[in-house]
Design a protein around this ligand. Structure first.
Ligand code: SF4
Length: 234
């Protein structure tokens, strides 16, 4: 790992650790997740400026919003709070309905089946991310160097081999920021399992105890909601 990457990992670890230890149970340690999101965004902006890489992503382009997305419980909690407090009732109902429909299809799938099936993210409303300011780290970190590759992958989701979709160096640094943040949550014993975005959101919005469970350092969401890519207990 080069020096810059090492710095990204260390910076995120220190920042999240300091936030999460400062915020006690009543001041919502889950807000440390917001600091992590900000660091991811900043790292991507800085890396693009420094490397001169350009990305093809722009508002209204949503090919990647049909891919498998995993979230952490802290993200699902913040997303459900945003949906409850900021989105119109009609949009909230639509999102819940679509998450339920998706989860019915996803639950019996294995990891590869899920990764090779296009399913519209429940938060994609009229071609736009309806939760953009609180979108998960996985979405923040996914940026394309070439929209044609996104189109091709969208039209042929069974082809998992093409990694040119990502601006590599930028992705490497921001992935390490995510890793550093997760390590800090882990150090403080918060739930860091990976959950399916649909199942996690449904549990978080339907169960008012989830946020307290997370703050109490319990596994906040059910085992059933875990992503097939979550291998923490194995
Ligand atoms: S959360 Fe937003 S950015 Fe992420 S897949 Fe869903 S619609 Fe797209």
């Amino acid at each position: 790992m080069d020096e810059k990457c090492q710095k990204c990992l260390q910076m995120a670890y220190s920042e999240v650790l300091s936030q999460v230890t400062k915020l006690n149970r009543h001041s919502k340690p889950v807000f440390a997740q917001i600091s992590l999101w900000k660091l991811i965004d900043k790292t991507i902006g800085d890396a693009l400026a420094e490397t001169g890489a350009t990305i093809a992503c722009k508002a209204g382009c949503s090919y990647c919003c049909y891919l498998k997305v995993d979230v952490h419980a802290s993200e699902a909690i913040l997303i459900s709070e945003f949906v409850k407090s900021k989105l119109p009732e009609e949009t909230k109902k639509l999102i819940i309905k679509r998450a339920e429909e998706n989860w019915k299809l996803i639950e019996p799938m294995n990891e590869v089946q899920h990764m090779t099936t296009n399913l519209p993210c429940p938060f994609l409303v009229d071609g736009i991310c309806s939760i953009y300011s609180v979108r998960p780290g996985a979405c923040r970190n996914f940026h394309s160097a070439d929209v044609q590759i996104c189109k091709d992958f969208f039209n042929n989701p069974k082809n998992l081999n093409d990694n040119r979709i990502i601006a590599q160096e930028t992705y490497q640094r921001s992935s390490l920021v995510i890793q550093g943040g997760i390590q800090a949550f882990k150090k403080c014993e918060y739930d860091i399992h990976a959950y399916d975005i649909n199942a996690a959101f449904l549990e978080a919005i339907n169960n008012k105890h989830i946020a307290n469970r997370w703050s109490d350092k319990k596994n906040a969401l059910s085992k059933n909601a875990r992503s097939k890519s979550d291998h923490l207990d194995k």
